[in-house]
Design a protein around this ligand. Structure first.
Ligand code: C2E
Ligand code: CA
Ligand code: CA
Ligand code: CA
Length: 280
């Protein structure tokens, strides 16, 4: 049932059937990696669409595998989600990201207004200890809650709207900001969106890819920009790769942008360099 060949880390396809043994192996591998500090966090810039100023960074996890090299999330997140290890792994990413922002602040005055975004998985979002984990990560890093934005997807919200609402308000109670990730790919209804304490809408890359050539995408993104304005939420366009896409999205009035055009996920040192340029 394993497509991966000699190891279990090639793309994990949740639809394929893994034997009990294979599942146990993947669990053991991720546990081992957690214990041996093999995970790393890269940070991707989020910039102001008009000034190109660095507004935030999104924390993106990687696995520095001793044999297979640097592995992206598609190699292990679904597996960790399935076996529950996403909870300790996600907690680790959260703690790293908070501590890193605090270090940037100590090292550079330009980091004063910088935010950090951290992705939450469905399982983490349902985990009863989440709010406590977040509070603890902030306290241990000495970071103010308003500097942290947690990213959740529409499907996580819609699975159990009442519980989701409670969790969101508890997180909001701490003072953290909330973003809806991959917006447009799920089916959140507008009436729900209105009721939720969401600060940021991240427009999925699929709407950005052809926005410079496809009028339908322009209309859709324009509608989301209007929605953001009406609900007083910031809009972020994801996956911007070209000047043409950037131009179009800026004219539509999208607030912030993220994508290879502005910077790939990078080591913390690279972000520090970008901050230094901001000051100069
Ligand atoms: P996402 O949250 O939608 O993150 C954005 C993904 O798009 C990242 O992929 C990023 O590298 C990629 N990206 C950004 N700009 C561009 C661009 O211009 N072009 C292209 N082609 N891609 C771009 P990455 O790092 O491979 O992460 C994939 C997904 O894995 C993330 O999607 C997120 O759902 C998940 N993930 C990453 N880190 C974590 C984490 O710490 N916890 C959880 N639960 N999920 C994570
Ligand atoms: Ca994200
Ligand atoms: Ca996204
Ligand atoms: Ca995405």
């Amino acid at each position: 049932a394993k497509r991966a060949g000699r190891n279990g880390y090639a793309i994990f396809d949740p639809t394929m059937t893994l034997s009990v043994l294979e599942e146990a192996q993947q669990r053991a591998d991720i546990e081992h990696a957690l214990e041996h500090d093999e995970f790393r966090v890269l940070y991707q810039p989020v910039v102001d669409m008009t000034t190109q100023q660095l507004i935030a960074v999104e924390a993106l996890v990687r696995w520095q595998h001793p044999r297979d090299g640097l592995l992206g999330p598609y190699h292990f997140i679904a597996s960790a989600e399935a076996n529950g290890l996403i909870v300790p792994l996600g907690r680790w990413v959260l703690r790293q990201a908070c501590a890193q922002l605090a270090r940037w602040r100590a090292e550079s005055p330009a980091a004063a207004g910088l935010h950090v975004n951290v992705n939450l998985s469905a399982r983490q979002f349902q985990y009863a200890g989440l709010v406590e984990d977040v509070a603890e990560a902030l306290a241990d890093a000495g970071l103010d809650a308003a500097s942290l934005t947690l990213e959740i997807t529409e499907s996580m919200l819609m699975a159990d709207i009442e519980t989701a609402k409670e969790t969101l308000y508890a997180l909001r109670g701490l003072g953290v900001r909330l973003a809806i990730d991959d917006f447009g790919t799920g089916y959140s209804s507008l009436s729900y969106l209105k009721q939720l304490p969401v600060d940021v809408i991240k427009i999925d890359k699929t709407f950005v890819d052809e926005v410079h050539i496809d009028e339908d995408d322009v209309a859709l993104v324009d509608a989301v920009a209007g929605l953001g304005q009406a609900l007083k939420m910031k809009t972020v366009a994801e996956g911007i790769e070209t000047d043409a896409q950037w131009d179009t999205l800026r004219k539509i009035g999208i607030d912030h942008g993220q994508g290879y055009l502005f910077g790939r996920p990078a080591e913390q040192e690279r972000i520090l360099e970008m901050l230094a340029v901001t000051v100069a």
